[in-house]
Design a protein around this ligand. Structure first.
Ligand code: AMP
Length: 192
């Protein structure tokens, strides 16, 4: 089972991805986590990405596509994967299609997390405070900017998946258990 969790920053994609990973043995592929790991490790790629991420901008399509392709070939993704925070642009979505075709894989579902922007800003700021505020991009200004970029660059991808007939939506403002249940209902229907 190969899934995309789609939605703005703070929508709860990471939390649900961890639950799906535990329940179904899927690989959780978060491009944000991969990039933060590269920054922390001080790799060349991390050095390139650091300032862009701190500003809330998108790193180049080529970088994230390369990171994802490396991981979907790994044994951890043999049962399937959950993409979290990827694709974020149309070229990324097209590159993903090509990559899946090349590896003989298919997407089963794209799950959109619908959440109001004002709820998101407060949620991300609370999450930052609770986690010790370790992310440079979790200031009020940068979160607002990341949302603007999401609406401009990423939300327009929704029709791309709508046309493929694999797009589903959950209420990202519901509590964690309810969202998990809604996702499971979608997966049951898509023939998990
Ligand atoms: P996230 O943890 O998904 O919110 O990602 C944190 C930051 O990493 C984003 O604000 C971007 O700077 C960068 N990033 C993560 N995924 C992508 C992507 N698919 N395309 C471009 N930039 C990304």
């Amino acid at each position: 089972m190969n899934l995309i969790l789609f939605g703005p920053p703070g929508a709860g994609k990471g939390t649900q991805a961890e639950r799906l990973k535990a329940a179904h043995g899927l690989a959780h592929l978060s491009t944000g986590d991969m990039l933060r790991a590269a920054v922390k490790a001080g790799t060349e790629l991390g050095k390139q990405a650091e300032a862009i991420m701190a500003a809330g901008k998108y790193v180049s399509d080529g970088i994230v596509v390369g990171l994802v392709e490396e991981r979907i070939e790994q044994p951890e993704a043999a049962n399937g994967f959950i993409l979290d925070g990827f694709p974020r642009t149309l070229p990324q979505a097209e590159a993903l299609d090509r990559m899946l075709q090349k590896h003989g894989k298919e997407l089963d579902a794209v799950i959109e997390f619908a959440v109001d922007d004002d709820v998101l800003v407060e949620r991300v700021l609370r999450r930052a405070k609770e986690s010790g505020g370790s992310r440079a991009d979790d200031t009020r200004e940068t979160v607002a900017y990341r949302l603007t970029v999401y609406h401009k660059e990423t939300a327009p991808l929704l029709p791309y998946y709508g046309e493929k007939g694999i797009l589903h939506r959950v209420d990202g403002m519901a509590d964690i258990e309810t969202v998990t249940r809604e996702i499971q209902e979608i997966l049951d229907k898509t023939g998990d």
